[in-house]
Ligand binder design. Structure first.
Ligand code: HEC
Length: 159
């Protein structure tokens, strides 16, 4: 009788041990292991989220930058000549709206031409404009003046 009780108890203990072993520890890939795996997956997921968010932020920054550039006149509403773009737009704006240099759009060709000739000849003192215009001949200045004189119409044609 004593032997039978001991036998049953032993069997019970062995059964418990087997069950525990089957549920498993972390290093056995059991339940605890799944929990750790889940935590791992969650961390990955949030890392992905953060990456996506960083990407979004970068996009927003880029849009802001683009808006600023547009404002600074890097992108014109209407087309201008390469000459104006390269030689004048950096200071006067892509469409002559004015940045460091005064606003040119709205002024007539004749007025622009006269002002340019005044700088070139030294009648009007301005080191920036004079230095710049030294390398441009009268014909080029006339051409640019005519173009600038047309800016207002080009802008209106867009509306
Ligand atoms: C480095 C900057 C810069 C560049 C490039 C530049 N300008 Fe200017 N421009 C100025 C500044 C500054 C003034 C104002 C000078 C003053 O106070 O007299 C000015 C004045 C003028 C004026 C007189 C405007 C007014 O209403 O009094 C005209 C016209 C003009 N620029 C045309 C041009 C043209 C055309 C070009 C390209 C060939 C050009 N500028 C390139 C800086 C620049």
């Amino acid at each position: 009788m004593k032997n039978i009780i001991v036998g049953i108890l032993t069997a019970g203990i062995i059964a418990l041990m087997v069950m525990t072993a089957m549920r498993g520890h972390a290093w056995q890939g059991g339940e605890a292991g799944h929990i750790i795996e889940n935590i791992g997956n969650k961390t990955n997921a949030s890392a992905n989220n953060e990456q996506a968010k960083a990407e979004d932020d970068r996009k927003i920054e880029q849009d802001k930058l683009k808006a600023l550039r547009d404002k600074a006149g890097n992108v014109g509403k209407f087309k201008v000549s390469d000459d104006f773009k390269q030689k004048c737009a950096s200071c006067h704006g892509m469409n002559g709206e004015g940045i460091i240099g005064p606003k040119l759009i709205g002024q007539s060709s004749d007025v622009i031409y006269k002002k340019l000739m005044d700088y070139k000849s030294g009648r009007k003192e301005n080191l920036v404009m004079k230095g710049l215009l030294l390398s441009l001949d009268k014909d080029k200045l006339k051409e640019l003046s005519i173009e600038i004189g047309e800016f207002e119409q080009r802008a209106k044609a867009l509306k």
